[in-house]
Design a protein around this ligand. Structure first.
Ligand code: NAP
Length: 259
């Protein structure tokens, strides 16, 4: 199936590793010109080069912290007005809410709520003018089923989800869609970091924690970043113009509800 986005420009935030990188690669494979962003230059350049070699797409890199206004300004200057925006940033630290101060909450809100909103604000009017825009926010399964040690994530991402629910209905008539992808457990550095924290809290080894999580998932495994990237690219496709305001859970069936 031709997804109809060859030649479109895509900004993929926090994309040198993990889920962001997978989204960048899937978009590049469909012929989009991709701008990739991360704070660490070396890993970002390596990832971009690997994607260029695999897809022959035009891939631009920007070293920036997407959670700051200055970082976003640098990114937007480099990529102009993208047709496709994938928002993403590192997840907040796990822990016990009794340990978190106001600064921890502000950092989580900046990364996982306010940065995506600022990026949408900066890019959406040009999408409306062109009558094509696809926005995908990488959030978390924790929005539907909270994870106790990820309270900062549960809170900040729920704020973004509420905001998007309202905005999405206001722009879809212009062929601009906004959807959220909710990852369950995907095999990335972030998942391993969370397992390390859980291992410290429970006294179980990291391998045991990972094995138990795999076994507890109905799929009996973690998701692969490539599966995530390919779901993202469909939501960014020309064909997906009637899908908006949705929260799509990718979790191997882990969420137990009927809806
Ligand atoms: P990951 O493998 O740790 O990759 C994170 C990527 O984001 C890296 O490229 C990192 O590069 C970049 N990044 C982090 N902070 C950034 C910032 N402030 N500005 C620019 N780039 C930044 O993480 P992941 O597993 O792909 O997770 C992506 C998102 O999905 C996170 O918010 C995570 O909490 C959420 N999530 C993941 C899972 C999972 O199972 N993997 C489940 C639920 C939710 P630099 O460090 O060089 O900047």
């Amino acid at each position: 199936m031709d997804l109809g986005i060859a030649g479109r420009s895509a900004l993929v935030c926090a994309s040198s590793k993990g889920l962001g990188r997978a989204c960048a690669e899937s978009l590049a494979r469909e012929g989009a010109a991709v701008t990739m962003v991360a704070r660490g230059r070396e890993v970002l350049e390596d990832a971009a080069e690997a994607i260029r070699r695999a897809t022959a797409a035009r891939v631009t890199t920007v070293v920036a912290d997407i959670t700051t206004a200055a970082g976003r300004a640098t990114v937007l200057e480099a990529c102009g007005a993208p047709d496709i925006l994938v928002t993403n940033a590192g997840g907040p630290k796990p822990g016990d809410f009794r340990e978190w101060e106001r600064e921890d909450w502000i950092a989580a809100l900046d990364a996982n709520m306010l940065a995506p909103i600022a990026l949408m604000k900066a890019t959406i009017d040009a999408m409306i003018a062109r009558r094509f825009g696809r926005i995908v926010n990488i959030t978390s399964a924790a929005v539907k089923a909270p994870i106790d040690i990820l309270g900062l994530s549960n809170g900040a991402r729920s704020g973004l989800t509420g905001f998007v629910a309202g905005l999405a209905r206001g722009v879809v008539a212009h062929n601009v869609t906004i959807n959220n992808l909710l990852p369950g457990p995907f095999e990335t550095d972030r998942l391993r970091d969370t397992a390390r924290q859980w291992s410290r809290q429970t006294g179980k080894s990291e391998d045991t924690v990972l094995a138990e999580r795999r076994a507890a998932n109905p799929a009996g495994r973690f998701g692969t970043p490539a599966e995530f990237g390919d779901a993202c690219v469909y939501l960014c496709s020309a064909q997906a113009g009637f899908i908006t305001g949705q929260n799509l859970l990718l979790d191997g069936g882990n969420y137990p509800g009927t809806f």
